[in-house]
Design a protein. Sequence first.
Length: 207
Amino acid sequence: MPRTTRRSVKQRLQYIQVIQDLQEEIKLLQISNEKLNGEGLNGLSYTELALLESMLKEGFRIVEEQTDKAHHELKVKQIVYCDVMGKEWLEEKDKEDLAYQSLMARRRTAMRNKARELRLSPQNIPQEYTYNHEELMATIECLKIDKERLRLLNQRMIGKELDGMSYSELLVFSCAIQGGMLKAEEEKKKKKKKKKKKRARLVLGGI
């Protein structure tokens, strides 16, 4: 253990506080990301589900517009590349890009499921923190990167910050948004049906 002074103890506590704050922010972003992907919707009210569905619909519309635009730009580039590199090379490149983006989507799903599992599992053992300041700072940087990754994912799910995304990336995102939208709509229908049944029971009980 490194030699401790009053100053180093105070600095360590400050680092730990930053880590805990970032972990809490990441937790909230994870919950938002789950909901945008149509997961963990049971606790939402009908109004909240309608708002979520509306946000996703708007996001889907914007992403679809960007996808069409990116597709047009891709076709223009393909004409140039096809003359230089050949049709087979171009088709192979497109397949690789789409396969890569699909892989990234599956990894995002796996990470989301793992984060949800960890968050919902009982935390009986308190987290321990190192006394090495460099390691604490490295942890902070990693958490900042994770936080930004989640923030960007959530923004893109509602059709924001799409600049720089390729056609394949937009295509995969549009599928994810549509999936979340359909799940929100399905959950909304369940709530409506449940409300109607409850109302019917009250009416019958009053007769």
